[in-house]
Design a protein. Structure first.
Length: 68
């Protein structure tokens, strides 16, 4: 009988702590996007052609993409 009472008390104690583990109902989202080296290079060329970056920046960033 004592073992059963101890078990029930343990379950009740454990259940009373569970609501605190829920994060308060906060919504968590995670977006993972990956691009290929080819796509990164195309994007860099587009940025160069549109004037968003200059030739030096293009070469530096292109080298970085190719090294990764």
């Amino acid at each position: 009988m004592r073992l059963r009472t101890l078990f029930i008390a343990s379950v009740i104690a454990l259940m009373s702590t569970m609501p605190g583990c829920g994060g308060g109902g906060a919504k968590v989202e995670s977006d993972i996007t990956t691009t290929t080296k080819g796509q990164q290079l195309l994007d860099l060329k587009k940025a160069l052609d549109s004037g968003a970056i200059n030739q030096q920046e293009y070469e530096r960033l292109r080298k970085k993409v190719l090294e990764d």
